[in-house]
Write a new protein. Structure first.
Length: 118
């Protein structure tokens, strides 16, 4: 089973940008659909974006469309989330996740904190 480690979180002012990265190991990365989730304080963990095996298909939550971009590099076993025009409501712990086929996301990273100040 693949293991996931996120990096790149931090503190940024509203309107700024951050890039998150997730490094995978221990599995066949190109076999996994990859996603980014976030959990804001007091809220459920929600799907932010996902990307298909080859990177040809993506999905974004309405709240981040046009501001966030998910990408993957199967040669380097990494998935990234470029976040632009950040808003205070984007403040959350962001998690990288993986799943095989049509199953649920069942492999998670430890999470990385993103804080957007107003």
């Amino acid at each position: 089973q693949v293991q996931l480690v996120e990096s790149g979180g931090g503190l940024v002012q509203a309107g700024g940008s951050l890039s998150l990265s997730c490094a995978a190991s221990g599995g066949t990365f190109s076999s996994y659909v990859m996603g980014w989730f976030r959990r804001a304080p007091g809220k459920e963990r929600d799907l932010v974006a996902l990307i298909t095996l080859s990177g040809g298909g993506t999905y974004y939550a309405d709240s981040v469309k046009g501001r966030f971009t998910i990408s993957r590099d199967n040669a380097k076993n990494t998935v990234s989330l470029q976040m632009n025009s950040l808003k205070p409501e984007d403040t959350a712990v962001y998690y990288c996740a993986a799943k095989l086929g049509t199953s649920k996301f069942d492999t998670w990273g430890q999470g990385t904190q993103v804080t957007v100040s107003s």
